[in-house]
Every structure is written in C-alpha cells, then in structure tokens.
Design a protein around this ligand. Structure first.
Ligand code: UDP
Ligand code: MG
Length: 320
C-alpha cells in the first residue's frame, strides 16, 4: 500500500499567497501520485483578510485538502502544532505558505526518508539576499540557541521546513508543554537525522509577519524552551562579584588604616564616592537583568500551570 504524506502549511493573512501556494504544491503532489498518497493540511491562523474564504474554495475542488481555521491569531507555532495533531501521514512535511521554502525539495526529502531517515532538515545556505540586520540577528539567534541548547543541539539555519516521520510526529504531539518552538522540539525528540541544503527564496507576494518584537519573542521562547543555563548565570555572577567586592573591602580597610596612621585619610574620598556610585549602578543593572531572566522562566512556568489550550479551532473542512 502507498504511504501517506501530509504536507502542512500555516497561513496568516496570506490571501495573495494562498492560491499561488496551492497551484505550486499541487504540481508536486501530482508528481508524487504514483508513489504516495498525499494530504494537504492548511491552517488558517485567524487571518483578518480573505485567506479562509480562499481555503474554503480550494477545499471544494480538491478532496486532499484538510483545512482548519482558528478562532483568532494564535501564532505560527500553534498553527504548526495543530497541523501535526491533525495529520495522518506516515511522514509530515512542514513548510511556510509563502514559497520561500522551495517545494521541489520535497522530492529530495522523500528520497532521504526512503533511505531510513526519520528527520530531514532543510538547512539554509547563502543568506546574501537578506539585509545586513536580518543576517546579523539570525546568525546571533542561531549561535546563542545552538550554544545554550547543550545536548539538544538545535541546528543552525534550520527553521520549520523539514520532513519528520510518524514516529517523530507522535513524540512531538505527546509533549505536554505550551511553550512550543518546533525547531527546538524536533532535535529534542532526536531520531536519525540528516540535512539537505537550500537557498531560501524571496517572498513572491505579501509581507513577512515577523516584526522585531515577534522575533524577540521567538528568541526568548527558543531559549527558555531549550535551556536552563541562563538561570545559572546569576549564581556565577554573584559568586564573582561577591569575591571581588570582598577583596575590595579588605583592600579598602587596609588602605584606610594606613591612611589613618598617616593622617589626612579623607583626601581620597570624593573619587571613591563616585567610583562607588558607578559600581553600585553597575551591580544594580546586572541584578535587574538577572531578575528579568528569572521572570521569563517564571512567566513560562505560569503559562504551563494555566494549562490553556494551544489553539481553538473555529471551523474544520475535512473529507471523511
Ligand atoms: N504565520 C502564521 N501565524 C502567524 C505568523 C505567520 O501562521 O502569526 C505563517 C505565515 O502565513 C507563513 C509562515 O507562518 O506561512 C511564515 O511566516 P513569514 O513568512 O511571515 O515568516 P518569515 O519567512 O518572514 O520568517
Ligand atoms: Mg516567509
């Protein structure tokens, strides 16, 4: 019997891209027809434009489409989680709906899957077309996550575009956490993994949904989801600062006694006063940074404790 492949794409305000995406992806689905059955899972993440209407029309003419619509915008990670939860495929392929991830790569991914790999990552090479700022922030993001993630080893320059086998999908679906960053969860569950390389294209239509604050949030979620290392920094820094200040105190006392013996001990005090203020400000700054880091983890723990659903499905279109 032919294996089923689930193709999953989240969509938020993609009215311009949805028809082009479908036309492109359907060509690949037709190419696969002899060897695989395919299902196309399209998740409308609370779009405010005509995306859902377009998906409804596409569903009418293609029974391989399984479309859902959220009650509001829950974010790309929630849309990916919903797509995976609904998928029935022996393998799932996640991709963005803006065709920045070249669909032809699906054939290459399936070849690797047939060779026995459970995870096939698509790794971005060549970011020359990105702006300097995007290249710099992306590099820093991946460097930090890669280093902090320790044994999980989040791969660099790999986003959501990848194939994962049913085994991996089931493991990811079973993870209980709400703070879901797909690019951290895949390496967390492990399994036999390989990489293929690709050059990411420009978005043909529409705009990126990620502004600076979304990207900042993603970076925070990725760090808290993959590592507890930042929580060890206050302790290390505290030990260092208290050792330095202890030595400073001893030195100060010794100098003070010596100055006292020679009279005019207070000549040096104005300078020492300013030094002390800056030192205090510096220490307070560090203290607030660490309080902020701890607050991030406490906030995440609170969200887990709330145990709210990751997303709410308003409508579902599915062939039985
Ligand atoms: N997306 C989503 N919900 C959101 C933001 C984005 O489902 O809240 C989808 C979006 O429609 C696209 C994919 O996630 O299919 C990637 O978004 P985008 O292209 O804006 O990200 P970028 O390529 O700029 O990183
Ligand atoms: Mg994009």
């Amino acid at each position: 019997m032919k294996k089923l492949i689930s193709l999953i794409a989240p969509m938020y305000n993609e009215e311009e891209m949805a028809p082009i995406f479908y036309e492109t992806i359907v060509k690949i689905m037709n190419q696969l027809k002899d060897r695989y059955n395919t299902e196309l899972i399209l998740v409308n993440d609370g779009s405010k434009d005509r995306t859902w209407e377009i998906l409804k029309n596409l569903y009418e003419k293609d029974n391989r489409i399984h479309a859902i619509s959220f009650s509001r915008n829950f974010g790309q990670e929630a849309a990916v989680a919903a797509g995976l939860a609904l998928s029935k495929g022996d393998a799932c392929i996640l991709m963005d709906a803006d065709l920045q991830d070249p669909p032809e790569l699906i054939l290459e991914m399936l070849k690797k899957y047939e060779e026995g790999y459970e995870v096939v990552n698509a790794k971005r090479v060549d970011r020359k077309k990105d702006t300097f700022l995007k290249r710099y922030t992306a590099k820093k993001y991946y460097d930090v996550i890669h280093t902090l993630s320790g044994k999980i080893r989040v791969p660099k320059n790999v986003n959501n575009f990848r194939l994962i086998s049913r085994k991996v999908v089931d493991q990811i679906n079973a993870l209980p956490e709400r703070n879901r960053v797909f690019r951290v969860l895949v390496p967390f569950v492990g399994y036999k993994t390989t990489e293929i390389e690709f050059v990411r294209r420009k978005r043909p239509k529409g705009e990126t949904k990620y502004n600076f604050s979304n990207m900042f949030k993603l970076a925070g979620d990725s760090i808290t989801s993959s590592s507890l290392k930042p929580l060890t920094w206050p302790l290390k820094c505290g030990i260092f600062l208290s050792s330095v200040s202890f030595l400073g105190l001893i030195t100060f006392i010794v100098f003070y006694i010596l100055e006292c013996l020679k009279v005019e001990p207070f000549l040096y005090l104005p300078n020492a006063f300013f030094l002390l203020i800056f030192l205090l400000l510096f220490c307070f700054g560090i203290l607030f940074i660490f309080t902020g880091i701890i607050a991030q983890y406490v906030g995440k723990a609170y969200i887990e404790a709330q145990d709210r659903p990751l997303y709410i499905i308003d409508e579902e279109l599915k062939n039985k």
